[in-house]
Write a protein that binds this ligand. Structure first.
Ligand code: SME
Length: 151
C-alpha cells in the first residue's frame, strides 16, 4: 500500500476545478496535498514547460534556487528531454543532478502529459533513500494525469 493516496488528491483537484480555482490554485493544491502525505514526500515542486524552459509555478517544502531549468539539464530537464519519468534512488550517485540542498537523498519526476504534449512535471524531493516504489509512482501519476486534464 502506497503512502500517497492519489485518488483523494484527484478528487480534491476536481472539487477545486469546479470552484474555479484556476491554474495557480490547482498546482498549489497538488503540491500541498502530495507533501501532506508525509515522508517520503519531503518537498514537492510543480515545474511547467514554457518553450525550452521549465519554470517553477508552485511548490511546498524547501525553497529552491532552481526556479528555471532548461530542458536537458538536471533530473528535471532530463525527464523532458527523454520523455521519461525519472526515479533517482540516490541523487549523490548521478552526475547531472542539480542540488537544492544537502538533505535530499532521492528524487521522483513524473511528467504531466496531455496526449503527446508535455505540459510540465511533478518533482518530488525526498530525504529518504530510494523510497519511490512502483506503487508510489503510480499514485503520483494519478495526480499528474488529473492536472493534464484540469489545467
Ligand atoms: N534536483 C532537480 C532540480 C530541482 S530541485 O530538486 C527542486 C534536478 O536535478 O533537476
Amino acid at each position: 500500500m502506497a503512502v500517497l493516496n492519489g485518488d483523494r488528491i484527484v478528487a480534491a483537484l476536481r472539487g477545486a476545478f469546479a470552484r474555479d480555482a484556476g491554474r495557480q490554485g490547482l498546482l498549489q493544491l497538488a503540491a500541498d496535498r502530495i507533501q501532506a502525505a508525509g515522508p517520503p514526500y519531503t518537498s514537492v515542486y510543480l515545474y511547467m514547460l514554457h518553450g525550452d524552459m521549465l519554470e517553477l509555478e508552485a511548490f511546498t517544502g524547501r525553497v529552491t534556487d532552481h526556479t528555471r531549468i532548461p530542458v536537458g539539464k538536471g533530473v528535471c530537464g532530463t525527464a523532458v528531454a527523454t520523455g521519461e519519468d525519472q526515479n533517482v534512488g540516490d541523487v549523490r550517485a548521478i552526475g547531472n543532478y542539480l542540488a537544492c540542498n544537502l538533505d535530499t537523498r532521492s528524487e521522483l519526476v513524473v511528467l504531466i502529459r496531455r496526449g503527446d504534449t508535455i505540459l510540465g512535471q511533478i518533482d518530488v524531493d525526498s530525504d529518504v533513500p530510494d523510497p519511490f516504489t512502483p506503487e508510489e509512482e503510480a499514485e503520483t501519476r494519478k495526480v499528474a494525469d488529473a492536472l493534464a486534464v484540469l489545467l
